[in-house]
Design a protein around this ligand. Structure first.
Ligand code: AMP
Length: 179
């Protein structure tokens, strides 16, 4: 992998984003940054960011943009020149703009047990879907206008994955096959 490849993955809560992200990471060796995981780690460590984020997360609301931008910028600057995949960030247009400005001038281009998270309660899920429709859906337009949006349709991760893999293969060297 010679080129610095950076991508963000967008999708509604429950859309399979996490599954597709982990497969991209497995096959293409990108560093995976999940904003939700980063926030949960901050909460466990009881950091200032964790304390600021906790109440928003519990109720399925978005953590304020300034907190998120600070968190993600810090994480990205620690990655130096590794290719990365952002999952869960950006979620609002101001976050996308901050990320874009931050990246300007740089080189272009399971079997796990199911656990119910506190914010997976029906009320929170409903709220997260509303928040997604209001804040995150418009990001498609932001990236479309920049000419860097790639859309993959499908109803299951296994249906979407070969398409994502094929696209990725055209842009970055794979470590292994699609399955
Ligand atoms: P996730 O694990 O991606 O579903 O994120 C869980 C929760 O973390 C969300 O419901 C938000 O409260 C918060 N969160 C994660 N990423 C962001 C973000 N980019 N902007 C604001 N809040 C976020």
């Amino acid at each position: 992998m010679s080129k610095l490849f950076r991508m963000v993955i967008l999708g509604a809560p429950g859309s399979g984003k996490g599954t597709i992200s982990s497969r991209i990471v497995r096959d293409f060796g990108l560093k995976h940054l999940s904003s939700g995981d980063l926030l949960r780690a901050q909460i466990l460590k009881k950091t200032e960011i964790g304390l600021a984020a906790q109440s928003y997360m519990k109720s399925g609301q978005l953590v304020p943009d300034d907190v998120m931008v600070k968190l993600i910028s810090t994480e990205l600057s620690g990655l130096n020149s590794s290719p990365w995949l952002l999952d869960g960030f950006p979620r609002t247009r101001p976050q996308a703009e901050a990320l874009h400005n931050n990246q300007k001038g740089k080189d272009d281009v399971t079997g796990e047990p199911l656990v119910q998270r506190e914010d997976d309660k029906p009320e929170s899920v409903r709220h997260r879907l509303e928040v997604y429709a209001t804040n995150t859906k418009p990001l498609k337009k932001f990236y479309e206008d920049l000419g860097i949006l790639q859309v993959f349709h499908g109803t299951e991760s296994n249906e979407i994955w070969p398409r994502v893999h094929k696209y990725m293969q055209g842009h970055i060297l794979a470590k292994s096959g699609p399955f």
